[in-house]
Design a binder for this molecule. Sequence first.
Ligand code: ZN
Length: 122
Amino acid sequence: MSVLVEEISMADLGRLLQERYEQAAENVRLEAQVRSELTAGQFGPGDVADAGSLASESAQQELVSAALQEQLDRLDAALRRWEDGTLGTCESCDSQIPAGRLEIMPWATHCVPCQRTQSGRH
Ligand SMILES: [Zn+2]
């Protein structure tokens, strides 16, 4: 299938979201596993010199974990919106968010112009 799909149907989008959600959930699971292994090592007998690098490693892991969790939350919220039938509607101007944008960013709650206005405010 080498056809360039310009329009993705809402059903396709839902399936895509479901897949990404499952993938994200799996990533969170795997990451938690890695983290518990790291933590287990951290509390083992080691010299104090290593404590600093372990701590920064753990802080880095914390960031990864937070990012993965955020991704999962976003996908979860997008799935709910999809079930509600509100996915793809801009929350600011009620216009339809282009399917292409939703395919890349299914959790998008604003169309591109509104998103720009929003981030301009920060
Ligand atoms: Zn808008």
